[in-house]
Design a protein around this ligand. Structure first.
Ligand SMILES: Cc1ncc(COP(=O)(O)O)c(C=O)c1O
Length: 406
């Protein structure tokens, strides 16, 4: 069997394939561990213990009985219509937001949905604005499209809109355009804050004033443990300036690979033209609908309690060991991640060596910065491990940090 090609295919690669190439099989650039990790705090995997396996098995049987062979045919290129309706229902149920089925296109997870938006709007050499830090997975997709990424820092209120305004003004002065502003509005991945209402309004106004688009990523919005929910940027906009991405990965299972874009209706065919056709996961879409239509609210309520407990267990473990240092540890109001600014004098190389020996997987902060930075940060995901392991593993991380302090 041929495992390598003889042709030097590198000469033949497209511009997009050449830029921003990532090593094969990386998950959010987690640190390697000496042996398989005992504490998987790397990628944002959902909690396996709460997967509704029985409910999904029943939903699959019901679906097959009712829909039979139709479920294994090619599907609607925009996605299974009942799933698009379920998403419309979900927005209404959780946010009181009214959208139409025609605003929704299904994709292979929200990662692929974001990719559709980048493909539709971003060429090599274009300008976009992104939060810095931001989700490393999206950074991979952004890099593949080759834009120049202008950083906007994130503080307790989310993206710094003064910096966004400055970038937009600078570009305008140079006769250039910003194609889009990418932002994660709730429990920002990795750094945790929820964008304040004030900033949301400012950002939407900026997009309108400077004729650009916002790509609003909301992978975790339903999983709020504390604090106040704000209207989405999509809800605040009345000018068709916002494209919003969502996913079932965090509230049903990442393996279902079902996400979507919610966007102005006339944009939907543009996104669709980047999908091959045949529909995205029509079989799984049906199962998801059969399960979620009766269980959406109760399942999300269950998950909120699951993830709150894990967040608190991880925070407890970290603070037990790191109290008294100048460490900064985020306390997100929801979502999957804790962001840590390491104490002064922490040797990160030593830290990664110690966490590797302790078999704790973490993600170096530098993975999340479009243009460099983050060397004093790490991200921990509490989503996957049990509360007990979140607590124990967090103490190990705390001890490793202490061990790496000079
Ligand atoms: C902020 C954010 N956006 C998008 C995604 C992509 O998720 P999926 O492709 O599974 O929907 C993730 C996954 O971790 C995420 O954290």
């Amino acid at each position: 069997m041929t495992t390598t090609t003889k042709t030097d295919f590198n000469d033949l690669l497209s511009t997009r394939a050449k830029i921003g190439r990532q090593p094969v099989g990386t998950i959010a650039n987690s640190t390697p561990t000496a042996q398989p990790p005992l504490y998987a705090f790397g990628g944002g995997n959902p909690d396996p213990a709460s997967f509704p396996l029985k409910g999904l098995a029943e939903a699959t049987n019901q679906m097959l009985e009712k829909e039979g062979a139709a479920s294994l045919l090619y599907g609607d290129p925009l996605g299974y219509s009942a799933l698009r309706d379920l998403i419309v229902h979900k927005y209404e149920l959780f946010e009181g937001l009214k959208v139409d089925r025609d605003n929704i296109i299904i994709a292979n997870g929200s990662g692929a949905a974001l990719g559709l938006a980048f493909s539709a709007f971003v060429d090599v050499g274009d300008y976009i604005i992104s939060e810095s830090p931001t989700f490393s997975g999206t950074l991979g997709a952004i890099r593949r499209h080759g834009p120049i990424v202008l950083d906007a820092p994130v503080d307790q209120e989310g993206i710094d809109t003064d910096v966004v305004r400055q970038h937009l003004e600078d570009l305008r002065r140079q006769g250039k355009k910003c194609k889009l502003i990418y932002t994660i509005v709730n429990f920002q991945n990795p750094s945790g804050p929820t964008q304040s209402l004030r900033r949301r309004k400012e950002l939407v106004k900026l997009a309108q004033d400077y004729d650009t688009l916002i790509l609003e990523d909301d992978a975790y919005g339903e999983l709020r443990f504390d604090g106040e929910q704000h209207p989405s940027l999509y809800a605040l906009d009345d000018s068709g300036s916002v494209i919003r991405a969502g996913t079932l990965s965090k509230i049903l299972g990442a393996g279902v690979r079902l996400g979507w874009l919610c966007a102005p209706k006339d944009m939907i065919p543009v996104f669709q033209s980047f999908n091959f056709g045949g529909g995205v996961n029509p079989f799984m879409s049906r199962i998801a609908v059969y399960f979620m239509r009766d269980n959406l609210k109760s399942h999300v309520e269950l998950l909120i309690n699951v993830y709150r407990e894990k967040r608190d267990a991880m925070l407890k473990g970290l603070w037990e060991v790191l109290e008294g240092t100048d460490v900064e540890i985020s306390k997100p109001e929801g979502g999957f991640f804790i962001w840590i600014k390491l104490p002064t004098g922490t040797d990160t190389k030593k830290l990664f060596q110690l966490t590797s020996e302790a078999r704790v997987q973490i993600v170096p902060g530098s993975s999340f910065y479009p243009n460099g930075g983050g060397e004093r940060h790490i991200r921990l995901a509490y989503s996957y491990e049990s509360p007990e392991k979140c607590y124990e593993g967090a103490k190990l991380v705390g001890q490793a940090i202490r061990g790496a302090m000079s």
